[in-house]
Design a binder for this molecule. Sequence first.
Ligand SMILES: Nc1nc2c(c(=O)[nH]1)N[C@H]1C(S)=C(S)[C@@H](COP(=O)(O)O)O[C@H]1N2
Ligand SMILES: [Mo]
Length: 366
Amino acid sequence: MALGGNPFLHPEKRPHVEGDFKREEVALANRNSGLPLEALRHDLTPVGLHYLLVHFDIPYVASADAWTVRVGGRVSTPLEVSLAEIARLPQRTLRVTIECAGNGRARLNPRSQSQPWEDGAVGTAEWTGAPLRHLLERAGMAADTIEIAFLGADRGFDVGIEHDYGRSLAPDLAMSDDVLLVHAMNGRPLLPQHGFPLRLIVPGWYGMASVKWLSRIEVLDRPFDGFQQVGTYIYRRQRDDAGVPVTHMRVKSLMVPPGIPDWYTRRRLLEHGPVELRGRAWSGGGVPVANVEVGVDGEWQEATLDPDAGNYAWRGWRFTWDATPGEHELVCRATDAAGQVQPLEAPWDSGGFGNNAVHRVAVTVR
Ligand SMILES: Nc1nc2c(c(=O)[nH]1)N[C@H]1C(S)=C(S)[C@@H](COP(=O)(O)O)O[C@H]1N2
Ligand SMILES: [Mo]
């Protein structure tokens, strides 16, 4: 495209930055809210407290009645399906924790210029919809299918490339019973910002795979080359590494900050004596959490896990700490059933993806 037709063409990617947040980062943080960490107390995140990540504009959809999803590409029967038809397919409800792959990006130094998440880009909901495979079976995928692409109704630019938001999945994953065409979140129709009237939910993966405002499904005999698939969501140590695609969520845990906060610094104050520390832990790919440890001033002890809520949902943990007066650092660290454990220091990544370092909370006890 000629430069005149593309006002956002970049000669280079945005440089990494250190220190103060740029105006653009603050503006993105105002659009895309994180889970306030005290809301980790809820097993199911109330919808208005669920984190939010919207790359472009939230599509205006006045009513679900006119919404259709087209299924095309390498299929024997191209389809255009209404929401009413999707609601008539077999339905499932799954409790799924989703985390944004960029969660923790703001804690890296230097950091990539993007949504400057600290810790809160995670939430858990009950998602209701039809397993995607029913629609794919009806359309009939060709034997030479390599990937299936999912396109949202939202469009925009990133690093000079104009595109519909889109992601793809391999056929075996797309045909699993757990990948859903979702129309309801916690038993209510999706809110506009969460993909009304229809989105994909890919349990166990970082959030980017769960395409919102789903309007097209393309069955491909080649790998999908959309920007959100090949131009970002790649783990890279250096800017020009080939890198490794971001897929499943890494094992992680967070703590409800105990005591009461200072309004501006968010530092915590609590009274001495026994205090129950609580939090959540999760991993990706359906791998359960095996244990959570709590570190107080560098000494680790095992936390107690709440009952399992399914392999795609976070697990509660609790630990009683006898708080003594003074300054302390509280840390939580999860290990999953595959033996993966959270690192003590953030793994640096060029795009700021996959920061699953332990959560540290500084407190003053009086
Ligand atoms: N169409 C579309 N789908 C999308 C996005 C988007 O910008 N457009 N953002 C993705 C990313 S990066 C994340 S982390 C999740 C966030 O879902 P939520 O806002 O419902 O929490 O949606 C994903 N699906
Ligand atoms: Mo994300």
